[in-house]
Design a binder for this molecule. Structure first.
Ligand SMILES: C[S@@+](CC[C@H](N)C(=O)[O-])C[C@H]1O[C@@H](n2cnc3c(N)ncnc32)[C@H](O)[C@@H]1O
Length: 422
């Protein structure tokens, strides 16, 4: 039971803020709607006025009545619906092509897809999550965004850290948290303990001089500034870095972290801090390099120039970065599953058709209006002679057109069909 003379944690936090009443009124939302734009899938169209998210170069605030699922851009992966605050941690992590990055609480994948797109077609992204059903959604979201560098592993974080200490250039801990729910002090304390354990396990994955971003979508100081302070107090080999990002507030302790507030930035309440492993500790780093699969398959059938590796397992064909192909971890998803079969009987997966188009595979151009009709399942009379990949005029990758002369339909499963898109 909470003591009678102690205010519940949210009220206590509000009383410490100059705009505490506005905070309490805004903390449960609704928040400003935002999207993140894919770097290689064209320009979003038909959204009306959008406003740049100050701290996220690929982030845009949309109008509040724009539901992303109603837009073709969402289905073509041209955009990813993501709260503006949730885009901040990856901006602070700043993944670079060629790096090894681990996202330890990755599902459903908003930040993993953002990391994967920052890596491009070089490097390795390892995605962990404790929840198998959430990992399935994560794998699909990575596929839908065409991320070729990712390995989704069921390996628990503490085992990964035991077997491969110091293997990562950068690690993200987007921790489970209390969100904006009203919680008792006891509940918040328990959550903070869990977060501290995860942070400690994750820190062992970082190489000397590497970086770690810790973030939550809760305003509770106990789960934010206090977790980072407790970690630093018991880990002298680590330091907090001073972060600045346009339009953001500093943390509540002046310790270099960042805060976003619903009553100020209009996003959900958010905390992020960047920590650096100092060079002093002698960490024995064990890399994630494993066996390189025999190439076996030529990606050049679709793409003349790509740095991706292509390999076959049974009748399934995959493409991915060399690091993802050879990563030593057990995996539930790895690179892009291109499709199944051989030669003429080879069937391309819809998400991979989009990923190939995005990477420059030859594709016919259809109008936005025709693309909407094709996505709804209509057959169209198009001026093409044989099955082909298709994209929209604004660069959105549509998929593969199948059929016969004069009548062409988009080859996607019925569960993906949508009518009335904009
Ligand atoms: C805040 S959500 C992550 C959101 C995700 N980063 C995104 O941007 O889409 C926290 C995640 O942590 C996962 N989780 C909880 N405990 C965990 C643990 N011990 N190890 C790994 N993942 C854990 C949960 O299943 C949940 O998916």
């Amino acid at each position: 039971m909470m003591s009678r003379d102690r205010p519940p944690p949210l009220a206590a936090l509000a009383s410490s803020l100059s705009d505490g009443e506005s905070f309490l009124a805004a903390v449960a939302g609704p928040f400003r709607r935002a999207i993140r734009v894919h770097p290689r899938r064209g320009t979003p169209s038909g959204w009306g006025t959008m406003v740049q998210v100050p701290w996220s170069p690929s982030g845009l605030f949309t109008s509040d009545d724009a539901d992303p699922g109603d837009f073709l851009d969402h289905h073509l992966g041209t955009i990813y619906a993501q709260d503006a605050a949730s885009q901040l941690p990856v901006v602070l992590l700043d993944p670079q092509p060629g790096e090894t990055v681990i996202d330890v609480c990755a599902a459903p994948g908003s930040k993993s897809t953002q990391i994967g797109l920052a890596l491009g077609d070089e490097g390795l992204l390892v995605c962990c999550d404790a929840s198998p059903p959430r990992r399935r959604v994560l794998s699909e979201n990575l596929a839908r965004q065409g991320v070729a560098s990712a390995v989704v592993t069921p390996m628990p974080v503490h085992i990964l850290a035991q077997r491969h200490p110091g293997c990562a250039d950068a690690v993200l801990v987007d921790a489970p948290c209390s969100g904006h729910e009203q919680r008792s002090s006891k509940q918040v304390e328990r959550m903070a303990q869990r977060q501290l354990e995860l942070l400690e396990q994750a820190s062992r994955l970082v190489r000397p001089c590497g970086r770690l971003v810790y973030s939550t979508c809760t305003p509770y100081v106990e789960e934010d500034e206090q977790v980072v302070a407790a970690f630093l107090a018991s880990h002298p080999g680590w330091a907090a870095e001073a972060c600045v990002a346009p339009g953001c507030d500093g943390d509540l302790r002046g310790a270099g972290g960042i805060r976003l507030w619903p009553q100020r930035q209009g996003s959900e309440a958010f905390f992020a801090a960047r920590l650096r492993a100092l060079d002093g500790d002698a960490v024995q780093c064990v890399s994630l390099n494993g066996i390189v699969p025999p190439a076996g398959v030529e990606l050049s059938a679709w793409l003349p120039h790509t740095g991706l590796m292509c390999w076959r397992r049974g009748n399934a064909v995959f493409a991915g970065t060399a690091q993802a192909a050879s990563c030593a971890l057990p995996s539930e998803a790895r690179g892009l599953l291109l499709g199944h079969g051989e030669g003429e009987r080879f069937r391309l997966e819809p998400w991979s058709a989009q990923a190939l188009i995005e990477r420059g595979a030859a594709a016919v151009v259809v109008s936005h209006a025709d693309a909407i009709r094709l996505w709804a399942g209509e057959e169209l009379d198009l001026p093409i002679a044989r099955p082909a990949l298709a994209r929209t005029a604004s660069g959105g990758p549509l998929g593969e057109l199948a059929g016969a002369s004069g009548r062409w339909r988009l080859d996607i499963p019925s569960r993906m069909r949508r009518t009335g898109l904009r």
